[in-house]
Write a protein that binds this ligand. Structure first.
Ligand SMILES: Nc1ncnc2c1ncn2[C@@H]1O[C@H](COP(=O)(O)OP(=O)(O)OP(=O)(O)O)[C@@H](O)[C@H]1O
Ligand SMILES: [Mg+2]
Length: 249
């Protein structure tokens, strides 16, 4: 469905050039989950921003169902930011936030209310939150609101960029369970960006490992996790091992 071919992005400033993404290629088929992992600064968010059009590529091409990726295709791609405050207006109530994408799609109000209700249930948020603003919500609740909002838009590709980076590992596990459940009901693909490689073990079918903007390894998730081909991937796996956390290593 999405094919990325030798995608590159160099950020230029007066003093320096940063090769944030360097000839990265991958394919995300329909209804599939790919995890993008790599240390901080390896170019993960830049790839997401290039896909949704928030950044312009300096090289390479992207295709959507064999046609060049365009603005029109991008309506089917939704991006949940690393920081939920970036996508949620703090002055709006949760109800306004969830209704807005439906209003833009001109869904009649009664029907929109029903969809909002259903999406709230899907992300396990209580009704009483509808009249609150996101300032009254926890970090986990905010990311659930962001997910409920994107569900209303029925994306074919959801990009989740470290959506639980600021939350504890338990919340990430819950979030992954939630996405799995939603995916059982609706067909769409996910590009799941994370530092925590272990959490995606039973979630993603494919993993792409990024370092300094380059792909160091990509393949079936089970394969990469059980038999990593590079020392870098091995170190990423080790750094995320919860047993090490518990031992205080
Ligand atoms: N708008 C920008 N202008 C200049 N340089 C940038 C910009 N955005 C990112 N970079 C640089 O590009 C590189 C990749 O950044 P990016 O945010 O894509 O990494 P990341 O893998 O998402 O990191 P993290 O895990 O910390 O979110 C970094 O060296 C970063 O400093
Ligand atoms: Mg990032």
């Amino acid at each position: 469905m999405l094919r990325v071919d030798k995608l590159s992005k160099t950020y230029c400033s007066k003093r320096s050039e940063v090769h944030a993404v360097d000839e990265v290629s991958f394919i995300i088929p329909a209804n599939d989950i790919m995890a993008l992992i790599g240390e901080s600064g390896s170019g993960k968010s830049t790839i997401a921003e290039l896909i949704v059009g928030l950044q312009q590529a300096t090289g390479g091409e992207m295709f959507w169902e064999d046609k060049k990726l365009s603005k029109h295709h991008r309506q089917q791609i939704q991006y949940i930011f690393q920081n939920p405050d970036r996508s949620l207006n703090p002055l709006w109530t949760v109800e306004q936030l969830l209704m807005e994408p439906l209003r833009i799609k001109k869904v009649p109000k009664d029907e929109a209310r029903k969809i909002v209700q259903r999406n709230l249930e899907l992300v396990y948020l209580p009704d009483r939150l509808l009249s609150s603003t996101t300032r009254e919500c926890s970090g986990g609740q905010k990311q659930r609101i962001a997910i409920a909002r994107t569900l209303a838009l029925q994306p074919k590709l959801l990009i989740a960029d470290e959506i639980t980076a600021s939350l504890d590992p338990r919340t990430e596990e819950n979030m992954i369970e939630l996405l799995k459940e939603i995916k059982r009901e609706t067909k769409f693909s996910i590009l799941y960006i994370t530092h925590r490689i272990q959490t995606i073990k039973d979630f993603a079918s494919k993993i792409l490992v990024l370092r300094k903007g380059q792909v160091v390894e990509q393949g079936a998730a089970k394969q990469v996790l059980s038999a990593p081909q590079t020392e870098y991937t091995r170190q990423l796996i080790q750094a995320c091992d919860y047993r090490n956390f518990q031992k205080g290593v």
